[in-house]
Design a binder for this molecule. Structure first.
Ligand code: NAP
Length: 532
């Protein structure tokens, strides 16, 4: 039995839920969402690891398309934790009555475009099949867990977990020796919480990382009141910044600021905490000399916090510019290394060679552990798309089209894949932006595009190959104007996955410019797209 629909949305996180709402309730389409998880939430459904918390501040991390939703919700902390975000997304799904049109526990395993019928045929792991005119992927950027292929893992006698596939019932670390691999945003959030419970935590660090204190705290009632009264103004502010946050990047340049004043400004930013540290100077991400001043400040902070000089040296031996990798923010991360039950192991000089029955083996020997936590990140951006097994016009597979890296137009459409839209895919600001802002822009654009097609009796929309060429060149050019590609091990570049093409994936031109470009394309009759 094949279910015929107007449209199908893959995923029911922030993006899929809003897309379902727009297509069903604004456009009146016959639409469903398919979701691999057992509930709504996407990234937040899976990432339940200890310490999981958002790095966008709560007053900008929500839907802003509905005043009713904004009026009725109140966040409790400066940064929302995973459990509270799940409560929020369930609140939004219930309020919009979305769940009745979402099939949970339904993983899409194939999607094939049928040229003759102009339909997408979508298959699921459960054997269901759908035939739809429009297919929208809302699969997230960081939803394909990367568990490095260490030999011997299958023989490990203890338990192991990837942070992005965390058990719903939680993990009890009491009395356990825990080995955690990875010091990205996830490992940096998890380490202090695991260390507080475990008998011993050994952190295996390959690339040392910067981190700035988050300074998370419960929100004061005055601030909650302020957000209620100014929700629309805050929303407007997030539409005017490069990164969809409500704070602006300062106009001043680090290289033109006297050293003493610069230090005072960094110190104030460190005390304030959070991603805003990156906004202290406007030249931080484009001038190595400017960035060095921030990098030096954070490295000195690390050395001042961590008491053992050899551990401090390892943690502050950072090989890339500040924020060229996604900059983590933390609660007591570096302080955790002052605990008696925490050890740092350098696996850059002495790499992990395998897993034994009883622990993690490096070039330096075996580290016995009861539990391994893989905080080893994701096959980011392209991974979630490629595992859908998409096949476009003339039977061409996406994996072949993207063999040398992702290629699309505006991050929204792939040439040869008509009527397929990708929310926050590679080539869009996505992960360089506060995600709900990027998601709402994409969903609005896609919904208006489908409305335009319906109102004009159009059957297909497809990115033109020449528009794709230009867009890929622009995405590269914009990235190369920044220091972002200089972090050689970054997942932005695909460098964390062995064999993955090294291509800088997100659009680094900022959300404001990107939004204008998309609006301009639509205003010019969808320039760069073939409509038929
Ligand atoms: P990640 O940034 O890719 O970090 C993965 C870590 O695992 C790195 O330290 C990496 O070392 C290490 N690793 C990977 N393979 C390894 C191997 N074979 N041997 C030794 N070490 C290995 O992943 P993540 O920390 O999960 O973060 C991914 C993204 O998720 C973040 O950048 C952020 O965008 C998002 N996130 C957001 C939040 C938040 O909102 N607060 C929290 C968590 C995550 P190398 O650096 O040497 O590759």
């Amino acid at each position: 039995m094949t279910t015929e629909l107007d449209a199908l949305v893959i995923g029911a996180g922030f993006a899929g839920m809003y897309q379902l709402h727009c297509l069903r309730d604004r456009l009146g389409l016959n639409v469903k969402a398919l979701e691999a998880g057992g509930g709504v939430g996407g990234t937040w459904y899976w990432n339940r690891y200890p310490g999981a918390r958002c790095d966008s501040e709560s007053h900008v991390y929500w839907y802003t398309f509905s005043e009713a939703l904004m009026n009725e919700w109140e966040w409790s902390e400066r940064y929302p934790g995973q459990a509270e975000i799940m409560r929020y997304l369930n609140f939004a799904a219930d309020k919009l009555d979305l769940k009745k049109d979402i099939s949970f526990n339904t993983r899409v395993t194939s999607a094939r475009y049928d040229d003759a019928a102009n339909r997408w045929h979508v298959g699921t792991e459960n054997g269901e099949s759908y035939s739809v005119k429009y297919l929208v992927t809302a699969v997230g950027c960081l939803s394909t867990a990367n568990v490095p292929k260490f030999p011997g893992l299958e023989n490990f006698k203890g338990d192991w977990y990837h942070t992005g596939q965390w058990p719903h019932e939680g993990v009890d670390f009491t009395g356990k020796r825990v080995g955690m691999i990875g010091t990205g945003s996830t490992g940096i959030q998890a380490a202090p919480v695991i260390a507080a419970q475990a008998k011993h935590l050994t952190v295996f660090q390959r690339t040392a990382n910067y981190s700035v204190p988050a300074r998370n705290a419960p929100l004061a009632s005055e601030f909650k009141q302020y957000v209620k009264q100014n929700a629309k103004g805050i929303r407007a502010a997030t539409r005017e910044t490069l990164n969809g946050m409500a704070f602006k990047i300062e106009d001043r340049k680090a290289v033109e600021t006297p050293a003493e004043e610069r230090e005072t400004l960094y110190e104030a930013a460190w005390e304030r905490g959070g991603l805003q540290f990156r906004a202290t100077f406007q030249d931080m991400m484009v001038s190595k000399e400017a960035n060095d001043t921030a990098a030096d400040f954070v490295k000195r902070k690390i050395r001042s916090i961590v008491k053992d000089p050899s551990v401090a040296a390892l943690l502050s031996d950072i090989d890339h510019p500040y924020a060229a990798k996604r900059p983590p923010i933390d609660t007591d991360y570096f302080e955790t290394y002052n605990r008696d039950n925490v050890t740092l192991v350098d696996v850059k000089s002495k790499p992990i060679v395998g897993i034994s029955e009883h622990g993690i083996v490096t070039d330096d020997g075996e580290y016995p552990v009861d539990i391994i936590v893989f905080a080893t990140g994701f096959d980011a951006m392209t991974g979630p798309m490629l595992r859908l097994n998409l096949t476009g016009r003339d039977g061409v597979a996406l994996k072949d089209v993207w063999e040398s890296g992702p290629r699309n137009y505006l991050g929204l459409q792939i040439a040869g894949f008509p009527n397929l839209f990708t929310i926050t895919g590679p080539g869009s600001p996505s992960v360089l932006c506060n995600m709900p802002v990027a998601i709402e822009q994409h969903v609005d654009w896609i919904s208006q595009c489908i409305e335009h097609m319906r109102d004009n009796g159009l059957e297909t929309i497809e990115a033109k190959p020449e528009a794709v060429d230009q867009w890929v060149a622009e995405v590269n050019e914009l990235a190369n104007k920044t220091l972002l590609p200089q972090a050689k091990h970054s997942w932005y570049l695909g460098a964390n996955i062995p064999g993955k093409p090294r291509v800088f994936m997100p659009y680094a031109g900022g959300m404001v410019r990107y939004r204008e470009t998309c609006d301009d394309v639509a205003a010019k009759g969808y320039e760069g797209f073939a409509l038929a």
